[in-house]
Design a protein. Sequence first.
Length: 191
Amino acid sequence: MIPRLLLAALGLISVTAPAFADGQVQKLITTADKARLDKYDETRKAALAEASAGKPAEVKQLDDLLAGPLVAFSENDLTGNWKCRTIKVGGISPLVIYGWFKCKVTDDGSGWKLEKTSGSQRTTGRFFDDGEKRAIYLGSFSVNNDKAKPYGSGPESDQVGYAFRNSATEWRIEFPAPYYESKLDIMEFRR
């Protein structure tokens, strides 16, 4: 009788605990990256406050990007080629918006994988479900054509962020407290 009660109690605990659709992200994410996500709201707020001192035209571009309504990732497939650019918010400079480069998203059967294929600063990584309108990105930063280190290799290459979708043709990843230069990096994607 006791084993049945124990199993029932364990079942109740597993139902009430928070869960991610994939579950793998909790096994893979580093302690440092989990801490960055835990401070995401605070970091984002501070970075956006600094960005308001940027060039008015760039501040408007950032405001327009962030003002769009969020849609579910399940509504459209991300796979294919994208143009992408990085926006550095807060930190060394209030706001810097770089030009467009090439990115692609593939699906190898275990989920979406991102690769930035042009420009001097690259990223490669995977997405994990975190609710209907947000995903977690775990990736690796590399420079030029250097081979990307596996995620978990250390703070200089590890990247973590939340991905949000505005439409079938626009989405972004927000990287809180990146290792280099800024308080928040935003990678914007358009078809």
